[in-house]
Design a protein around this ligand. Structure first.
Ligand code: SF4
Length: 220
């Protein structure tokens, strides 16, 4: 995709949704960190269902720490890997209290030092909570970036770097959400909605016209 097409791509997504937001439910930065930590290999819907009661009991690191690992587990059993996630979340709360005055740190280094917090989680927190132009590449962003020709890459880090290098500064803070929402609801893995896609004119996927006409998906 050429720079002028990338500009059109994001201008189009912005026109349709000027203020995109995460679909994870949270009311403070700590809850955001906890929700993202719990969302690995789980849908936002399933995380929101679990955190509705978890955050009602423990909206702060202090309260979550007091809840204990078993107390956390009781609220998040419906999420995959819940035992590991409960342990990581509890240890993270201990470290927030011990090393960060009960606050969520604002640097990548400090975030990634917390158990269960990898580069993707840190990117989401830095972007959503602190407005930094980071790019948390999940399965949707990886697919959309490669399929459309926006920022092709063999792995998530290559795609992250390509996106940050290619997306115009004016779109960088919100690009992460536009791409996730586009991948989740339009450019879906098994059945992309090319016929209803607002950015079809700049997309480089060779099969888009076939799919738009109701044709079959190409073999993987
Ligand atoms: S035209 Fe199809 S492949 Fe291209 S971005 Fe839209 S939905 Fe995805």
């Amino acid at each position: 995709m050429q720079p002028v097409e990338i500009d059109t791509f994001f201008a189009t997504l912005k026109a349709a949704n000027p203020h995109p937001e995460t679909e994870l439910a949270f009311t403070n930065v700590f809850e955001l960190l906890a929700a993202v930590l719990l969302s690995a290999q789980a849908t936002d819907v399933s995380v929101n269902k679990a955190t509705r009661t978890l955050f009602a009991h423990a909206p702060t690191p202090q309260a979550m720490w007091r809840l204990g690992v078993e107390g956390i587990e009781a609220h998040i059993r419906t999420i995959g890997l819940y035992r590991t996630k409960a342990r990581n979340l509890h240890t993270t709360c201990g470290l927030l209290l011990e090393q960060h005055g009960g606050q969520v740190p604002r640097t990548r280094e400090a975030l990634e030092a917390l158990p269960g917090v990898g580069r993707k989680t840190a990117n989401v927190v830095l972007n959503v909570a602190f407005g930094q132009p980071t790019m948390a590449v999940d399965t949707h962003i990886f697919r959309v970036s490669n399929r459309t020709g926006l920022a092709p890459g063999r792995d998530v880090r290559a795609v992250e770097d390509a996106l940050l290098a290619r997306i115009p500064p004016t779109y960088r803070v919100d690009a992460h959400h536009w791409l996730i929402l586009h991948g989740r609801y339009v450019c879906q893995a098994r059945r992309p909605q090319c016929g209803a896609c607002a950015v079809m004119n700049v997309c480089r996927w060779p099969h888009r016209a076939t799919i738009a006409a109701g044709g079959p998906m190409p073999a993987a």
